[in-house]
Design a protein around this ligand. Structure first.
Ligand SMILES: Cc1ncc(COP(=O)(O)O)c(C=O)c1O
Length: 385
């Protein structure tokens, strides 16, 4: 094909995709990347962090990004990678938990995990033959810490890891990680925090939470939090793929390394081998451009829009399942699947919850008040209110 024709064909396919700026994508945890991403993509298109000896500049950027995210999470000395996403990050953390358990002579690897955990943990369980004990949720839809404590008191020596969630996929809830940390320290248990979504939100709402009297701390300042998933390609505004896994320090690296005889380095720790550098470079650029103040503004705007949606819902007697903690609203509905399909026919794309009968809106930066107004009217029409 001629180039002109190839591009024409591509355009035709691309036109079938939804566009974030149209405001119809209401259920995604990704958004339109920061505009600098285009320039970065061009500069870093051919970089491959699977062989960092060939791309020491890009590798240097990755180390700086990990340091910057580490600082956001109260850790000056983190170790980690910018990888394909939250799924790979969670799998990577559980690789470490499994290796550590094996070194202690354990054959079965037992992990406590809340009902609210993302389905990526199911993939990890299957791949690594892990044993999960699902911890029920309390009335705030967070991990029931009393249940957790009772379970550990009963079977403490058998527990190899705890997964806690800082920003659940469905409702945006944050587990009581300060309390979980106390139990974990007492019994010397590894905590992995999945802050894939919340990692780029909670640190920028600290002031608001403090004023409102909440303690949503989830980071390395808490004992036994040894790894955290934080995805720049969600609320960090980075282009896909840019997931993040951070460990407390470099000592965790050895659990991940395998020999890599034909590369410029002798070992490789990431799950994916060949991996792009542009997500790393774009994350670096966006974090430098925005700084904490820039993120704070974006997160505040998303939260204001979240509260705005809840207010507009009340006008039509729609109920929010919880008072939003992050920029996610769950709208109670007796038949969410059916409603979401009807809404899809009307051009609105949002998803449903599993833990409660509800529709779910993730209030990402691409959604404006105008979009919210149009959506709420569509929902009212759909439900004949
Ligand atoms: C809390 C949480 N963890 C992990 C993931 C998986 O992330 P990814 O789709 O980037 O692999 C998601 C995705 O929405 C998530 O919400």
């Amino acid at each position: 094909m001629e180039e002109k024709k190839v591009l024409e064909e591509l355009r035709r396919y691309r036109e079938r995709d939804l566009k974030y700026e149209e405001g119809r994508i209401l259920g995604s945890m990704c958004t339109k990347p920061h505009p600098i991403s285009r320039k970065v993509l061009e500069m870093f298109l051919e970089t491959n962090l699977g062989d960092p000896g060939l791309f020491p500049g890009t590798k240097g950027l990755e180390e700086e990004v990990i340091k910057m995210i580490g600082e956001m999470l109260h850790n000056r000395n983190p170790f980690g990678y910018i990888i394909s996403g939250g799924t790979e990050a969670n799998i990577t953390a559980l690789r470490v938990v499994k290796k550590m358990a094996r070194e202690r002579g354990k054959r079965e690897v037992n992990i406590l995990i809340p009902e609210s955990a993302h389905f990526s943990f199911e993939k990890a369980r299957e791949m690594m033959d892990l044993k999960y004990e699902k911890i029920p949720l309390d009335k705030r839809y967070t991990m029931d810490v009393k249940y957790l404590r009772d379970y550990i008191e009963d079977k403490g020596k058998d527990v190899d890891g705890i997964v806690a969630i800082a920003g659940s996929t469905e409702l945006g809830t944050v587990d009581n990680i300060p309390e979980i940390s106390k139990v974990a320290r007492e019994y010397n248990i590894y905590i992995h925090v999945d802050g894939a979504f919340g990692g780029f939100v909670i640190p920028f709402l600290e002031e608001r939470y403090r004023l409102e009297g909440y303690n949503y701390n989830f980071d390395f300042s808490l004992d036994n939090v040894f790894s955290i998933t934080v995805d720049p390609h969600k609320m960090g505004l980075a282009p896909i793929p840019a997931g993040g896994i951070l460990f407390r320090d470099i000592s965790f690296k050895r659990y991940l390394e395998v020999e890599a005889p034909y590369l410029t380095e002798t070992s490789q720790a990431t799950l994916v081998g060949t991996r792009p550098g542009f997500g790393v470079a774009a994350t670096w650029a966006i974090m430098k451009l925005l700084g904490p103040e820039g993120y704070r503004e974006i997160v505040s705007q998303c939260m204001e829009n979240t509260y705005y949606l809840v207010r507009r819902m009340k006008e039509y007697s729609f109920e929010s399942v919880i008072d939003p903690v992050l920029n996610i609203v769950a709208i109670r509905d007796e038949n969410p699947l059916d409603t979401s399909l009807k809404l899809r026919k009307m051009g609105w794309y949002l998803s449903t919850c599993r833990c409660v009968e509800a529709l779910r809106v993730v209030m990402m930066p691409h959604i404006t008040r105008e979009h919210i107004d149009k959506f709420i009217e569509a929902l009212a029409r759909c439900k004949k209110r």
